[in-house]
Structure formats: structure tokens, C-alpha cells
Design a protein around this ligand. Structure first.
Ligand SMILES: Nc1ncnc2c1ncn2[C@@H]1O[C@H](COP(=O)(O)OP(=O)(O)OP(=O)(O)O)[C@@H](O)[C@H]1O
Ligand SMILES: [Mg+2]
Length: 233
């Protein structure tokens, strides 16, 4: 059996005394697009940050292609082949588009921004010399995704890439994620609260409720009862 791209086993995380993630088991098969879902405050960002090493885990295991990540410094992830797009984008407003992308290169041993990145986001090619802060919210999100792609990761992790973005750009971002996953074979783990976006772009779902995995499966199994019990507000 081939090792999944990402395998999380028995993961527990605390903020101080506050137990936030409880015995998380989660698998992202190679080539899959898995959507991590759940209402606000259920632990989605905490889980991604713990995988990325930005928060310490209390116990458990996080393996990427069989390699244990817990205990390794944050900067190992991009070198191993993991790209991360944080919630809220976090681009550098005073750097140009091109400089923002070169910062992504600096996280690993990349030498130049691959042409494919500009090809995936033509708007960034056109705005190469503009400052990040002058871009619209949707363009900044595209820049944040592009920055995560410059080292040509095999696993891309995105935290709510469509939050606060106008519908036409949401569709463009969905199309890019689909293309990365289905045509270019990138494995994707995506946090997303918009149901239609999740249904259209992901092939599996995992639901977090109060820091626990309460359901997972192929996307067609995400039925009305699950939505009512764990997702609708
Ligand atoms: N730095 C922190 N210190 C203490 N508690 C925190 C911290 N960050 C988040 N929390 C708490 O941990 C829980 C999970 O938060 P988290 O941000 O992971 O949720 P989320 O599912 O990503 O929510 P959202 O959909 O709003 O982004 C929440 O109860 C939150 O208040
Ligand atoms: Mg979050």
C-alpha cells in the first residue's frame, strides 16, 4: 500500500491549559483534494498550523510521505515539499508582486520563480512590479497561493482561500485549485466553509467539531444531516 501524502494520527494540541485538538486522525491520499470543514472556532486553523509546525503538538504524529514532521523546525516543511497559504493571506504589502514571490523562494532552495506560476495567475504577471498592498483582496489571495507554489510543492495546504473575496475571483481560485490538483497532480488540503466551493473542488471532506473529527468521506457523502449538525450556522 502506498503511503498517503499526509497522515495525522492521535494529534492533540493545547493553547496553555485549553485542550483544542483532540486525538485527530486524518489522511490525505496522494493526488486527492481534501476539504477540512467546520464552523468558526472549531480548530481548523489550529490543525493546519500544528501540521506546519507553527504551533506545538502535545502528542501524536504528522507524517508527510512517511517522514515525521513533529519536532522538525518550521522551515523544513517547504524544503520537504509542502506549500502553505495562511488564513488572511499575509503577503508583504510594501514588496512588489515579484519580490513577494522571491520571498517564497527563500523558504527553500529555489532559484527562480517557475514560469508556470505566472501562467496560472496571468494577473500577477501583469502586476509583477506593483506593490502587494496595492492589489485587491482577491489578487492578494492569488499572490499568496502563487508564493506557496514557487518551490513546486507536492502538497498544498490552504486556509480559507476564498474568505472575503468577490465571487468572480472565487471562481478563478477554484479553477486554479482544480487545475493544480487534477491536471498537475498536486495533493491539496483545503480549509473551506463555502459548501458549493467545497463540493465543486474537493473530492473528500473531513469535518471538525469542537476540535474533534466527527465525520469524513468522499464528497458525495456530505449529506444534509451532516451539514445541519456540523456546518450550518
Ligand atoms: N492563539 C490562541 N490562543 C488561545 N486560544 C486560541 C488561539 N487561537 C485560537 N484559539 C482558540 O482555539 C479554537 C480554535 O480556533 P481556530 O482558529 O483553530 O478555529 P477555526 O476553525 O480556524 O475558526 P475560523 O473558521 O473562524 O477560522 C477557538 O476556540 C479559538 O478561540
Ligand atoms: Mg481558521
Amino acid at each position: 500500500m502506498t503511503e498517503p501524502a499526509l497522515r495525522i494520527l492521535g494529534l492533540n494540541q493545547y493553547y496553555g491549559e485549553s485542550h483544542t485538538l483532540w486525538d485527530i486522525d486524518l489522511e490525505v491520499p496522494r493526488g486527492a483534494c481534501v476539504c477540512l470543514m467546520g464552523r468558526n472556532g472549531m480548530g481548523k486553523t489550529t490543525l493546519l498550523k500544528t501540521v506546519m509546525g507553527l504551533l506545538p503538538a502535545r502528542s501524536g504524529s504528522v507524517r508527510f510521505e512517511g517522514v515525521e514532521l513533529l519536532g522538525r523546525p518550521v522551515e523544513h516543511r517547504p524544503r520537504l515539499g509542502i506549500g502553505y497559504v495562511p488564513q488572511g493571506r499575509d503577503i508583504f504589502p510594501l514588496l512588489t508582486v515579484e519580490e513577494n514571490l522571491r520571498v517564497g523562494l527563500a523558504a527553500g532552495r529555489g532559484r527562480r520563480v517557475p514560469d508556470r506560476v505566472y501562467e496560472l495567475f496571468p494577473v500577477l504577471a501583469r502586476m509583477r512590479r506593483r506593490r502587494g498592498g496595492d492589489l485587491s483582496g482577491g489578487q492578494q489571495q492569488q499572490l499568496a497561493i502563487a508564493r506557496a507554489l514557487v518551490l513546486e510543492p507536492r502538497l498544498l495546504i490552504l486556509d480559507e482561500p476564498t474568505e472575503g473575496i468577490q465571487p468572480n475571483i472565487v471562481r478563478e481560485i477554484g479553477a486554479v485549485i482544480r487545475r493544480l490538483n487534477r491536471e498537475l497532480g498536486l495533493t491539496v488540503l483545503l480549509v473551506e466553509q463555502k459548501l458549493p466551493f467545497a463540493r465543486r473542488n474537493a473530492d473528500r471532506f473531513v469535518i471538525l467539531d469542537k476540535g474533534r473529527v466527527v465525520a469524513d468521506g468522499p464528497m458525495p457523502e456530505l449529506d444534509d444531516a451532516l451539514v445541519r449538525d456540523h456546518l450550518s450556522v
